[in-house]
Design a protein around this ligand. Structure first.
Ligand code: SDX
Length: 427
């Protein structure tokens, strides 16, 4: 028997159907609430509000579970590659060998960028933050691919999807090469998706690009771990912009801007800057723990805490283990890894963090690996965006296929009630 929720307002009772998901989550469907009662709900930050029903990613914050289309993140990180996971997230099942080959062929077909785009990149100062550059370039893709805006058929959507998957790594690599004064380049069709990304980012003029498999494997795993995370801030932004039918590229551009914030994807850069600060300050983690707990101090322990995970972020566990492996394989000694581990140990024993269920999240250790791979700290959130791209695409596609309505929340008005206009000489 389907469940029902009852609400009583001013002595009047209203009933609403309860939706039950495949993982037994319950949601009160309040679609008819305002129409029946004239009342709305209020939920700053949408901490208790579901925006949609989705079959893409499942999180259990209490148990620290993360699954993409039913597959455990631990399995995918260990056994799959990033392009396979991108296909899984977007189309719902792991691809056959032939499906994966065709998918990558279609992406390679679209992995050139209009030469005019270089003029837009040229307009940015070298000091520009890569996330701002990447968001602008992604939005500019619309001008050179107008057919990708009005995507009424699944084929139209597919064409837009392979275009952004082909062009985004080029734009991300060019964003880095602009900062490092290297000539803009392209990939090599004989290489894999992640190898190509790494080649475009790091190849030097006149030198043959050599694939370092442990570097590629580490990068591939990090991209998988960042690939989707249900209705987080940037994904909700992609869905919101996409719901106006602005098109995939404009929606992704908006998602990049949302991810940029230090409370969201920008935290991976903020973590390294925090760890560096602690190191320069003599490594006194206790002093920074005290600052993090001091309500009068705006300092937060970056890379700690999560809106959903009130247990270990499963991604943080995998990344922490991978950090030891990658630094060992590359023979890199990074003192800030020890500082990070010391902070984690202290926080997990400190009542302030334990009571608030604040654990390391995906951003706490990821920057240590990016740094060991030679990626500049300002590019860390771009790496997050490269990983999250298939998740944003999958969520946008699901929203469009489900023909979801334009997003338009309500509000409770708390401003002035009506007042008469006074001419300026009477004010
Ligand atoms: C990502 O949503 C996603 O899925 C995001 C993400 C994804 O894959 O898309 O997982 C990626 O964004 C990870 C989060 C990265 N951000 C950070 O590491 C920044 C530091 N963390 C915090 O700012 C915070 O934990 C948030 C923003 C992540 C979550 O904030 P919430 O859920 O709104 O929690 P809150 O701010 O209400 O905090 C609850 C309490 C408060 O104390 P009290 O008022 O109860 O006394 O915990 C405290 C907060 O002050 N707190 C922290 C803290 N995080 C929360 N105190 C010190 N340091 C912290 N990091």
């Amino acid at each position: 028997m389907s469940k029902v929720a009852t609400l009583e307002i001013d002595g009047k009772r209203y009933e609403f159907p309860v939706v039950e998901g495949t993982e037994n989550e319950l949601g009160i469907n309040i679609k008819s609430l305002r129409g029946e009662s004239g009342v709305i709900t209020l939920d700053p930050g949408y901490k208790n509000t579901g925006s949609c029903e989705s079959g893409i990613t499942f999180l259990d914050g209490e148990k620290g579970i993360l699954r993409y289309r039913g597959y455990a993140i631990e399995d995918l990180a260990e056994k799959a590659d990033f392009l396979e996971v991108a296909y899984l997230l977007i189309f719902g099942d792991l691809p056959s060998k032939e499906q994966l080959e065709k998918f990558y062929d279609d992406i390679k077909e679209q992995s050139t960028v209009d030469e005019e785009m270089k003029k837009i990149l040229d307009g940015f100062p070298k000091a520009a933050h890569p996330m701002g550059v990447l968001s602008s370039l992604t939005s500019a893709l619309v001008a050179f691919n107008p057919s990708c805006v009005d995507v009424s058929s699944e084929q139209d959507m597919y064409n837009a999807i392979v275009k952004i998957l082909g062009k985004f790594p080029v734009l991300a690599a060019w964003t880095l090469r602009k900062k490092t004064s290297l000539p803009l380049n392209y990939g090599d069709d004989s290489l894999g998706y992640v190898e190509n990304l790494h080649k475009m980012m790091f190849e030097k003029p006149g030198k043959k690009y050599e694939v370092n498999q442990s570097v590629i494997d580490a990068l591939d795993k990090l991209l998988i771990l960042h690939a989707d995370h249900e209705q987080n801030c940037s994904t909700s932004t992609v869905r919101m912009v996409g719901s106006s039918h602005a098109g995939l590229f404009a929606s992704i551009s908006a998602g990049i801007s949302a991810l940029w914030g230090p409370l969201h994807g920008g935290a991976n850069q903020a973590v390294i800057e925090m760890l560096e600060k602690i190191k320069e300050d003599g490594g006194d983690t206790k002093k920074f723990m005290a600052k993090a707990k001091d309500k009068d101090d705006p300092f937060r322990l970056m890379g700690f805490g999560h809106r959903v995970y009130k247990n270990f972020d499963p991604r943080a566990k995998i990344i922490k283990k991978s950090a030891d492996e990658v630094l060992g394989q590359l023979g890199v000694e990074d003192p800030i890894l020890d500082i990070a581990k010391g902070l984690e140990k202290e926080a997990l024993e400190d009542p302030y963090f334990v009571d608030r269920k604040l654990y390391p999240n995906v951003d706490f250790y990821s920057g240590i690996i990016y740094r060991a791979l030679g990626i500049p700290v300002e590019m860390f959130t771009v790496m997050f965006a490269l990983g999250r791209l298939p998740g944003w695409i999958a969520q946008w596609r699901e929203m469009r296929l489900n023909k979801e309505p334009i997003g338009r929340p309500r509000q409770i008005y708390t401003g002035h009630t009506h007042r008469e206009f006074q001419p300026v000489d009477k004010r």
